[in-house]
Design a protein around this ligand. Structure first.
Ligand SMILES: Cc1cc2nc3c(=O)[nH]c(=O)nc-3n(C[C@H](O)[C@H](O)[C@H](O)COP(=O)(O)OP(=O)(O)OC[C@H]3O[C@@H](n4cnc5c(N)ncnc54)[C@H](O)[C@@H]3O)c2cc1C
Length: 457
């Protein structure tokens, strides 16, 4: 009997170290960190500026079903989020669908999924196609990405696939993703894109499979919300933080835009790096060199238009727009991937671009942007009819993608900051992989482990 009521080592440790922890930002990094810290016995409050949780992966309703404001899917290699979905009991809601990819170039749409498609890709000379294929194979089997860190993807590609292939394939893709920074991006980043994609195919599967939650990523967000509730984690939305102050007793004061300050033992910040810089810059420990390092990471915004239509415009899911004269980077036929059942049997599409904040599209009036984009779409699909559109939704993200330039690893801030009990975890620390929900889950767990180890000392 006595043995039964004796506290375990685990529970006595938990009680001894329980801390009041604020997590700023309710994207997946913050939510997952909150779960892991609460599981270790800490008292967690999540503070989010927006009116809902889920951050960049949060959704809205189109044709009666939830959809991400920015297009989302998963790869087979995204093991952290796949495992977390299993743990949350929603593994069976993650379905794998055959992907289909095309490239629009020279006023024509080309399938681009198999080696055979590459060999038939007419915009390139035969030698160009061969070089493109060989370089893709080389990148698939290269593990030492560090050797690619100090060269731009643009220069590296020009050297190895040649000017012709760079002009037709890589330059438009880099411009689409990084706009004016297209010739600054590190080859290590592009290596990771090709490597992950090439290695995410399961042997025997003919088509590439992409993962999507039946009911949208909202299913994952809802499962996290249920877990937060079970763990008594407080989640407060519409709480914009204005300042974080490190107090002399090593506690942390959080100042809000519109409510009274609060004091915590520990604060984890998951906002973009430059926002974190602004939040902490009044502290004496935040030396100018540290603040400048945080601010040296540039971010692009994004604009997205989602529309539903009676019309089935294209036979492909993904369309890379490699014609730089068209005003968007990507056209996505969401229901071609996942089917129309959940969307009133209608077709759901995305048009999207990444943009610097000073780009004229970023603040362009919705109707004017629609006009430009729909005219572009008519060029690709002459049968496209605006009159068949049922719903239209516009979204803007201020910090959608960070610029992974040459030597980026030296810019990455550590999770532990110079301010006692203040930690940082955001997607600018994901490298060389492209940021994504998988890495948000991974880093949420990682930062929780770091905090637990530090405060349990
Ligand atoms: C267009 C687009 C397409 C994408 N496609 C994919 C995809 O196909 N697959 C995939 O896995 N990933 C994709 N991603 C990336 C993925 O959404 C992100 O990597 C992931 O959601 C990042 O989570 P996070 O928690 O690190 O950051 P965020 O989701 O950005 O969360 C940070 C949170 O901090 C809050 N915040 C900021 N400032 C303050 C403040 N002062 N006070 C309080 N709160 C604040 C923000 O509102 C936000 O909710 C895509 C992203 C975009 C934009």
């Amino acid at each position: 009997m006595i043995l039964l009521i004796k506290p375990t080592l685990e529970s006595s440790r938990m009680a001894k170290v329980a801390k009041n922890i604020a997590v700023i930002g309710a994207g997946y990094t913050g939510l997952v960190a909150g779960v892991r810290l609460a599981e270790a016995g800490h008292k967690i409050t999540i503070l989010e500026r927006g009116d809902q949780i889920g951050g960049l992966a949060s959704g809205f309703k189109v044709e009666g079903s939830s959809l991400e404001r920015g297009y989302h899917h998963l790869f087979r290699t995204d093991k952290y989020i796949i495992n977390m979905a299993d743990e949350l009991g929603i593994g069976d809601r993650l379905k794998w669908y055959d992907s289909s990819l095309s490239i629009y170039y020279g006023r024509k749409l080309y399938p681009f999924m198999t080696a055979f498609d590459l060999l038939r890709f007419a915009p390139l000379s035969f030698i160009g196609r061969l070089r493109l294929g060989l370089v893709a194979i080389y990148l698939k089997y290269t593990k030492n990405w560090q050797q690619l860190e100090n060269v731009t993807a643009y220069e590296w590609m020009k050297k190895w696939v040649g000017k012709e292939v760079t002009k037709v394939i890589w330059e438009p893709l880099l411009i689409g993703k990084f706009d004016k920074y297209y010739d600054k991006v590190s080859m290590a980043w592009l290596w990771a894109r090709v490597y992950t994609r090439a290695n995410s195919r399961v042997k025997g599967e003919l088509a590439e499979k992409l993962g999507y939650f039946e009911g949208g990523f909202q299913v994952f967000t809802d499962a996290l919300a249920k877990k937060l509730d079970e763990l008594n984690i407080k989640v407060r939305t519409e709480q914009e933080i204005a300042k974080i102050i490190s107090l002399s007793n090593n506690k942390v004061q959080i100042n809000f835009i519109s409510s009274k300050p609060e004091i915590y033992n520990v604060c984890l910040v998951t906002t973009p790096s430059h926002i974190f810089a602004k939040l902490i810059e009044s502290n004496r420990q935040a030396k100018p060199s540290y603040i400048n390092k945080l601010k040296s990471i540039d971010y692009l915004g994004a604009r997205l238009l989602i529309f539903s239509s009676n019309q089935d415009i294209s036979e492909y899911y993904w369309h890379n727009i490699n014609d730089v004269n068209l005003p968007f980077l990507v056209f996505i036929n969401h229901t071609k991937l996942v089917g129309k059942d959940l969307y009133n049997n209608k077709n759901v599409y995305y048009i999207g671009v990444y943009l610097p904040h000073d780009h004229r599209f970023f603040n362009l009036d919705d109707r004017k942007l629609e006009k430009l984009w729909f005219d572009g779409l008519k060029q690709i699909f002459p049968n496209f009819k605006e009159s068949e559109i049922r719903e239209k939704h516009h979204f803007r993200f201020a910090n959608a993608q960070h610029i992974v330039d040459v030597g980026y690893s030296k810019k990455i801030p550590l999770h532990e900051t110079p301010l006692p009990n203040i930690y940082l975890a955001n997607f600018s620390q994901v490298y060389p992989e492209d940021r994504g929900t998988n890495y948000a889950v991974r880093d949420g767990q990682r930062i929780a482990d770091i905090i637990k180890a530090n405060i349990e000392l």
